[in-house]
Ligand binder design. Structure first.
Ligand code: ADP
Length: 172
């Protein structure tokens, strides 16, 4: 079977028609700003009730819920690392986010998954470095899981999109 592909696009992740979208959450899983706020608004209040049952989630791990009113069947919630200068395990934690989300997606039979740019908003992870970690980890994940046929990086602004395109070009 051919390996799945990584696609980079500009867009709003709440509109993606995929099996699972990933939420760049915080460790409480109880909603915040940025992409987290947008996902909770679009999914409706049932999403917060489902998230409450987890009693939070450590940085780098992932939890799955239904997508409720979203076009996506599932939401996979992962708290990314807060950038603290780079010597606090940020790169390994960010890679763990992508890896653990893909493992959950696989467990739930997802063939298409959409990611936002985890940690590069309020958590201030430098964009180029975050994009390299994401591209490397997703590419490895695609190679390991033949059932996964498409991963989309959904970038909310052109600067983010350019950074992920650059990372993909350099990775090849
Ligand atoms: P973090 O706390 O992990 O840094 P943020 O939500 O602050 O998370 O930012 C992560 C990325 O998600 C940023 O690039 C931000 O512009 C982007 N983002 C915000 N809203 C959306 C959306 N609706 N769809 C896709 N990406 C979004």
């Amino acid at each position: 079977m051919a390996m799945g592909k990584l696609i980079i696009k500009l867009g709003d992740i709440t509109e993606e028609q995929v099996d699972a979208i990933v939420n760049a959450a915080n460790t409480t899983l109880r909603g915040g700003g940025g992409v987290d706020g947008a996902i909770h608004r679009a999914a409706g209040p049932a999403l917060d009730l489902a998230c409450a049952k987890f009693n939070g989630c450590p940085t780098g791990e992932a939890r799955i819920t239904p997508g409720f009113r979203l076009p996506a069947r599932y939401v996979i919630h992962t708290p990314g690392p807060v950038w603290q200068g780079g010597d606090h395990g940020e790169a390994e934690l960010l890679a763990a986010c992508y890896r653990n989300c893909l493992a959950l997606a696989r467990e739930y039979g997802c063939q298409t998954v959409a990611f936002p740019s985890i940690s590069t908003g309020v958590y201030r992870y430098p964009l180029a470095a975050a994009a390299r970690v994401a591209v490397k980890t997703i590419t490895t994940g695609l190679a390991k899981d033949p059932a996964l046929w498409e991963v989309r990086m959904v970038c909310f602004d052109p600067t983010t999109e350019a950074a992920y395109r650059q990372a993909l070009e350099t990775h090849k």
